[in-house]
Ligand binder design. Structure first.
Ligand SMILES: NC(=O)C1=CN([C@@H]2O[C@H](COP(=O)(O)OP(=O)(O)OC[C@H]3O[C@@H](n4cnc5c(N)ncnc54)[C@H](O)[C@@H]3O)[C@@H](O)[C@H]2O)C=CC1
Ligand SMILES: CC(C)CC(=O)C(=O)O
Ligand SMILES: [Mg+2]
Length: 358
């Protein structure tokens, strides 16, 4: 049966890395005999330029009608450098997550054998790292009200708010994932200071009795930021709120080799979206230097999570590993012998295509 994929490439390097993921998906379709239909739509700065709205209604419809969504990145320096801008690309990203109910962002973090020798981190510390972060995605301080500035402009305020329902639904996904992994969940919070974090602890503690095979521990986020780099193998499933998850996963990406490496799945009530964890990296836009692995591995997650295509997803993961083994990596990974974004994407695509002949 034909599968409909909404493609929201966005801004900056978004279109370049998404193009590589699409090439790979098209090759998977050919090799495994799947019919994938793609529909593009605007989000972010490009959507503001075209319509004035960073998440236009038409884009929302395209997303709602699709079987899965592939997203690149949004953001543009003209907004980053204008604190008074009334409409911002990031509002499109947040509106998209909220309107589509994408409440759980799943971010796997792994070390790769081929990249260990060129890591800025010690090989013996990061080798064997394999954990996954469940980041709550539609609550917390990125969404809380009220927010804004005082009338005299001298005070600003944001609100961090969570309900037990919001905590419970993402926590259940984290516990279920742990049951299929090493059976350990670490709740990362700031319960020594924040009321929301204390609600997280209370709620998650109650829930764990339903998962007797899973061990639950707690860690303050400042400590976790340090331990993730010092002892990454200690982690299995990390469960955390929106902003903490955002920050610690950028940090954790160094273990994999680069921010450009990490894929993610944003799981929703009726819809799921797949996105590399990085932003629009505007300094690299149009230069053919961005790492496309995060986007390509996000396509692999799409096939597995939304379409149940386990073998196809594994083929993409194998292709990425092979590209790394053969040195087909961008300059963020190997400055001296870098390949271009396109070349890396082509290499992964060719690996998939030759699977027909096996
Ligand atoms: N999901 C999204 O669409 C996100 C959007 N943003 C937006 O992106 C824009 C730039 O934000 P930044 O803070 O600079 O974050 P960024 O993630 O775009 O880039 C930060 C740094 O990470 C590295 N990097 C990121 N992606 C890479 C890739 N594919 N290959 C190689 N290196 C890569 C580069 O060293 C870059 O300077 C802003 O407008 C921001 O609001 C930021 C984060 C997430
Ligand atoms: C606009 C930000 C919340 C995007 C971001 O940094 C992310 O989702 O990782
Ligand atoms: Mg982020």
């Amino acid at each position: 049966m034909k599968k409909h994929i909404a493609v929201l490439s966005g801004d900056g390097i978004g279109p370049e890395v998404t193009a590589q993921a699409l090439k790979v998906l098209k090759a998977v379709g050919e090799v495994y005999g799947h019919e994938f239909a793609y529909k593009e739509a605007l989000v972010g700065a490009c959507a503001i330029d075209a319509t004035g709205n960073p998440f236009p209604e038409e884009t929302e419809q395209v997303c709602q009608q699709a079987d899965a969504i592939l997203f690149g990145a949004i953001g543009h320096p003209k907004y980053d450098n204008d604190p008074k801008a009334k409409v911002r690309p990031e509002q499109g990203l947040l509106a998209m997550r909220k309107k589509l109910g994408l409440f759980s962002n799943v971010r796997p973090v792994k070390s790769y054998k081929a990249l260990l020798p060129i890591s800025p981190l010690k090989e013996e510390i990061i080798d064997g790292t394999d954990f996954v972060v469940f980041r709550e995605l539609t609550g917390g301080i990125y969404f809380g009200q009220p927010r804004g500035r005082s009338e005299d402009g001298k005070n600003a305020f944001d609100t961090c708010a969570y309900s037990t329902d919001e905590i419970t639904r993402v926590s259940r996904l984290a516990f279920e994932a742990a049951q299929n992994r090493r059976k350990k969940v670490t709740l990362v919070d700031k319960a020594n200071v924040l009321a929301t974090s204390r609600l997280w602890r209370e709620t998650v503690k109650e829930l764990v009795s339903e998962y007797p095979d899973v061990e639950l521990d707690f860690m303050f986020v400042d400590n976790a930021a340090m331990k993730i780099i010092q002892n990454p193998r200690d982690f299995d499933v990390v469960l955390t709120e929106n902003m903490f998850g955002d920050i610690i996963t950028d940090e954790a990406s160094v273990i994999s080799g680069s921010l450009g490496m990490l894929p993610s799945a944003s799981i929703g009530l009726n819809q799921s979206l797949y996105e590399p964890i990085h932003g629009s990296y505007p300094q690299a836009a149009g230069k053919n230097i961005a790492n496309p692995f995060g986007a390509i591995l996000s396509a692999a997650m799409l096939l597995e999570y939304s379409f149940g295509m386990i073998e196809e997803s594994k083929a993409i993961n194998d292709a990425v590993m092979q590209a790394m083994d053969e040195g087909f990596v961008t300059e963020d990974i190997n400055k001296d012998q870098a390949k271009g974004t396109e070349e890396v994407g082509d290499h992964v695509t060719e690996y998939i295509k030759q699977l027909t002949t096996v």
